[in-house]
Design a protein around this ligand. Sequence first.
Ligand code: G1P
Length: 290
Amino acid sequence: MAGRVRKAVFPVAGLGTRFLPATKVIAKEMLPVVDKPLIQYAVEEAAAAGIEYFIFITGRGKSVLVDHFDHAPELETLLGSRGREEELESLLASMPEPGRVAAVRQQEPLGLGHAVWCARANLGNEPFAVLLPDELLMSDPPCLRQLINVHEKVGGNVVAVTQVPQEQTNRYGILDVESDDGKVAKAKGMVEKPDPASAPSRLANIGRYILDPAVFHHLDKQIKGVGGEIQLTDAIDATTDTIPFHGVRFEGDRFDCGDKVGFLTANIAFALKRPEMADRVREAVGALLA
Ligand code: G1P
């Protein structure tokens, strides 16, 4: 029913003020969870879901994110000459094929909707994915794959959701639900960061989207929403008249790495999944808590 999703957008122009001073000169998406930068988790999640083209929406000082997916000749030569094949292979394996990474500059921080709109010419008239790298999602199958599986059946706009406590609705895009089978919710709208008192539900969008290019009809109008920003949520909401909209409950573990505690928790959780360090990490955390 729905066309294949080949392209993904990674909005990475944000300044990361919540992690200062760490993010004074480095991009927040380069902060590592164990030994891999956040952006690489998002790109790997997309690649594992079958995405072929990776479009970064960058800003000033963010070129390093594009460099991260390019050759590092000195490093590769050094690792090769020292016989460190495993590290070399892992560096090379993380690089998309030539021509599959593109960067588009968002010249002004006008909001997530504006960031995605900046990629309109690269996206053309086909469904595409958006991944917010701050949200680190640990699951098998990867979150984006879970979305694509549903999108193949229902088409339109699809977002990953999770149920949040009522008092947290003002941190998320919240779905206005029409029907819900416990896994997939059909929605008639979405509201960006509603007050807990007026939130239409507790189903929050967690930063993974499959979008129909129809959202650009709204984004073209450059209408400002909550916080004076051009919101992606508003574009999806405005499109529900003509395009079906579904939320898919994410099955897996979610870490909000835009938050310091979420980021630290992600580091521990991912370290505990690594056989070569899990025991030592468990011991170290146990000793701290003792
Ligand atoms: C963005 C979106 C919001 C979504 C959230 C998920 O908000 O606008 O709809 O629920 O990401 O993390 P932000 O956290 O960038 O303000």
